[in-house]
Design a protein around this ligand. Structure first.
Ligand SMILES: Nc1nc2c(c(=O)[nH]1)N[C@H]1C(S)=C(S)[C@@H](COP(=O)(O)O)O[C@H]1N2
Ligand SMILES: [Mo]
Length: 423
């Protein structure tokens, strides 16, 4: 498997930028992959490693399914079960069954539960049938609230979850949806998540719907990624996107019961906007311009700018400025969309993909809920030790890590990297 696409795409985009900026010669001589990114790129050669926070995925814009990182739980991991066992427990397209039932403890009034015993459980053929008229596709970075580095970026395809909920003919007392997947029939292993019913029935702003996902990058969702069917919640961190989905429970309970709530996580937090560095020289000569580049995650609040600053370590940082608002920030350049969407069949974004026009061209750039590339040329400086930082400004003018700086709501810390300007 070729792991070099993301970096080579990044390299091509930044090369064009530095050429235009008249700094290509410099960039070529300075090109040093950020230590964090570099480690992460090397680590990605081995499978199933925990990504370093703030690192970068060495993938193309869309990550091939087999190159995603897997942070799911389970002993054994559901995707590692032998094929016969998978067939037996409903983890194949032929045997998958989804039960959609009312919560016994806090019942929602529904007309027609979909259950195994009644022979009314929802199956894969019925899902595809709905998909003929209701299928939606959208790009989204899958990322864990507790890590910084993305697990992979996908073009996710499926049927809105609400279509299946409507089949149960809900009437009233329905306030939340719980859902969980197959975890070895062991209640202690259950990994569950939940959403307010309103988010499932209606899509706020211009977000895509919450889906029952069965395809990733145009291929059947594989077992490691949660196939045959997982939930994908466009604006949420990974823990809302339950894999190996087996049960949807309609409840009148008013609050979340997510497994992730147990570890002090902010379970209602949508994706944040932040920037990370990919290339930066460790050392440059005095007076020589400095070329840097990286990627930015575009969260729910959008992305208007990436900014960089290089500050002498001799500078006394003012008190009461934990978010470096007084650093000498200058704008970096957001780089354009890729020309070729490798990892998708024939390198094209299919028609009717959220955020793209009929020709497969993004309607706006960068796209919300995905990662974009950036680069900058910083004018030369006198000799000394410096700290490089990068941050984002969202569409409302908030500089990272605001407006939601809390770690358990997702990574948004401002990255700091030391750099030497030599005599
Ligand atoms: N059934 C199930 N779904 C799950 C998990 C799990 O352990 N079991 N882990 C969640 C978490 S914490 C994350 S970050 C994402 C990771 O998705 P990925 O494996 O496709 O990268 O899956 C989520 N869905
Ligand atoms: Mo996660």
């Amino acid at each position: 498997m070729d792991h070099s696409h993301f970096l080579s795409e990044h390299g091509e985009l930044t090369r064009r930028f530095f050429l235009r900026a008249g700094a290509w010669g410099l960039a070529a001589s300075q090109l040093t992959v950020n230590a964090v990114a570099d480690e992460s790129a090397r680590a990605a050669q081995k499978k199933h490693v925990k990504p370093d926070k703030g690192g970068v995925r060495p993938d193309p814009y869309f990550t091939p399914s087999e190159d995603f990182r897997d942070v799911s739980r389970g002993k054994p991991l559901p995707h590692s079960l032998p094929d016969e066992k998978k067939a037996e427990v409903g983890l194949t397209r032929e045997t998958w069954r989804l039960e959609v039932i009312s919560d016994l403890d806090n019942p929602a009034k529904i007309g027609k539960p979909l259950t195994e015993v009644d022979g009314t459980a929802f199956d894969f053929a019925a899902l595809l049938k709905l998909g003929e008229t209701q299928a939606v596709r959208f790009p989204k970075v899958m990322t864990c609230l507790n890590l910084g580095c993305p697990l992979g970026m996908g073009l996710w395809e499926g049927v809105p979850l609400r279509e299946v909920i409507w089949l149960t003919k809900p009437r009233e007392d329905l306030r939340r949806v719980f859902y969980y997947g197959y975890h070895n029939d062991d209640p202690a292993q259950m990994f569950r998540s939940s959403l307010p019913i309103g988010r499932v029935l209606e899509d706020p702003f211009d977000l895509p719907p919450v889906i029952l996902c069965y395809k990733l990058n145009g291929e059947w969702l594989d077992s490691e990624r949660g196939g045959p069917v997982r939930v994908v919640v466009p604006e949420a961190y990974g823990f809302k996107s339950i894999k190996w989905l087996s049960h949807v429970v309609l409840t009148n309970l008013a609050h979340a019961n997510d497994t992730y709530a147990e570890q002090n996580n902010d379970v209602d937090s949508p994706l944040k906007t932040f920037a990370a560095t990919i290339t930066i020289p460790k050392e440059v000569k005095a007076g020589e311009a400095i070329t840097v580049s990286g990627y930015a995650q575009v969260g729910i609040s959008g992305l208007s700018k990436v900014q960089v600053s290089l500050e002498s370590n001799a500078t006394e940082r003012p008190e009461n400025d934990p978010h470096f608002t007084t650093a000498p920030w200058v704008d970096a350049e957001l780089l354009p969309a890729p020309l070729n969407w490798t990892a998708l069949s024939d390198g094209r974004v299919p028609e009717q993909t959220h955020g793209f026009d009929g020709a497969g061209v993004p309607k706006t750039w960068p796209l919300r809920l995905t990662n974009a590339h950036w680069a900058a040329v910083i004018p030369g400086l006198p000799a000394g030790e410096y700290t490089f930082r990068c941050r984002t400004i969202d569409e409302h003018g908030h500089a990272q890590p605001m407006p939601r700086p809390f770690r358990k709501s997702g990574h948004a810390a401002i990255e700091s990297i030391g750099i030497t300007v030599a005599d």
